[in-house]
Design a protein around this ligand. Structure first.
Ligand SMILES: CC(C)(COP(=O)(O)OP(=O)(O)OC[C@H]1O[C@@H](n2cnc3c(N)ncnc32)[C@H](O)[C@@H]1OP(=O)(O)O)[C@@H](O)C(=O)NCCC(=O)NCCS
Length: 332
């Protein structure tokens, strides 16, 4: 049995891609087994960053052997813990995870510039990291945990249901680049006062929503964006965008909804369900075997919609957020 004292924690910037490749490939296997997500392109991207020695983070060693790692990225005054992984081959992976979490949180908590910390570590079951993120110092603000669900809808050639008609005042359009800016504006409006903008503060501003879109549409970190299964609804008269669904390929046979939102004044008209059905019909045609997505458990409008569309829970994890300057939250 390994005691936590035997685990040595070193700065990630002392390590190159070659030293961490095996650990990251092992993690990619786990992503595929647990979430049907082919993580290999993210792994390769991360390895490139590691070689440039710019990522802040830590590596765990047990008797000289790499057994875990974590890193974060900075976005202005915010730090996002991008990953935390302990080898399943280690006899005490949870001790390693807690040790890594403790080190990265100590660093971020003692950085006066960092006002906010976000983490969504999908491979950990909800609650499992709570002791590591618990606040031991009563003078410091504490992390809030928001349980989130990883949902899956299995698809077969018979899945496609007849599409409900598009309301006459609206027009259904396939994604194109001209929808980029109006989609960011729609996202900002759709998440105003919403629990998801507490979890991800990008949703609170136009600049942040544009960054979110950039990550989803142009950056390969969250699968490969699939314009053919991404759609918008717009108002025929005003031409304003009223709803959007964005979808990426995350494995050869698996698609993932990275965004679904409807403008507040158009809610309750089943437009979210309409876009979901259009997307499912298209990916079924393209022989995908499953559609996945993540949703905040407390977002009941969305969870009801997904349950009605046949999604089931594959995994429950936490979004962890520490805001040193909490904004006023108005849940809708
Ligand atoms: C979740 C969302 C996409 C649903 O879209 P929608 O077109 O309003 O969906 P529906 O009309 O099928 O309504 C879904 C649920 O919303 C609720 N709803 C109905 N009218 C509403 C209104 N005017 N305002 C808010 N919610 C309403 C209902 O509870 C409904 O549940 P029900 O099936 O039990 O009746 C939409 O509420 C939204 O954009 N929310 C903000 C962004 C978001 O949460 N996206 C999902 C992230 S995973």
């Amino acid at each position: 049995m390994t005691s936590p004292q035997q685990i040595e924690i070193l700065d990630l910037r002392h390590f190159n891609a070659k030293q961490l490749r095996q650990l990251l490939e092992q993690e990619a296997d786990l992503w595929f087994r647990r979430l049907r997500w082919d993580y290999r392109s993210s792994t390769e991207l991360l390895l490139q960053y590691l070689d440039s020695r710019i990522l802040p983070g830590f590596v765990a060693l047990d008797r000289g052997r790499v057994c875990g790692y974590t890193f974060c990225v900075y976005e202005g005054h915010k730090a996002v813990i991008g990953d935390l992984y302990a080898s399943a081959e280690h006899p005490a992976p949870l001790d390693v995870s807690h040790s890594l979490a403790h080190h990265i949180l100590e660093t971020l908590n003692s950085s006066p510039d960092i006002e906010r910390i976000e983490a969504q570590l999908l491979l950990f079951d909800s609650g499992i990291l709570a002791p590591a993120f618990a606040n031991l110092n009563p003078n410091r603000p504490a992390f809030s945990a928001f349980p989130r669900l990883f949902l899956e809808r299995k698809l077969t050639p018979n899945t496609a249901t007849p599409l409900p008609p598009v309301p006459v005042d609206l027009e259904l359009c396939g994604w194109n680049a001209s929808f980029y800016q109006p989609s960011a504006e729609l996202i900002q409006r759709a998440y105003q006062g919403h629990i998801d903008s507490t979890i991800n503060d990008q949703y609170r501003s136009l600049a942040g929503s544009l960054r979110f879109l950039h990550n989803v549409v142009r950056f390969p970190g969250c699968g490969t964006f699939d314009p053919q299964s991404s759609w918008v609804l717009r108002d025929r008269k005003t031409r304003a965008l009223v709803a959007v669904i964005l979808c990426s390929r995350v494995a050869p046979e698996v698609a993932h909804v990275t965004q679904l939102c409807v403008a507040p004044s158009y809610r309750g008209r089943r437009l979210g369900g309409l876009l979901l059905n259009v997307c499912m019909a298209r990916i079924t045609q393209h022989r995908y075997a499953a559609l996945t997505l993540t949703v905040t458990e407390a977002n009941t409008a969305a969870t009801r919609l997904y349950a009605a569309a046949g999604f089931t829970t594959r995994h429950r994890f936490d979004a962890l957020v520490l805001d040193k300057k909490p904004h006023r939250l108005r849940l809708v």
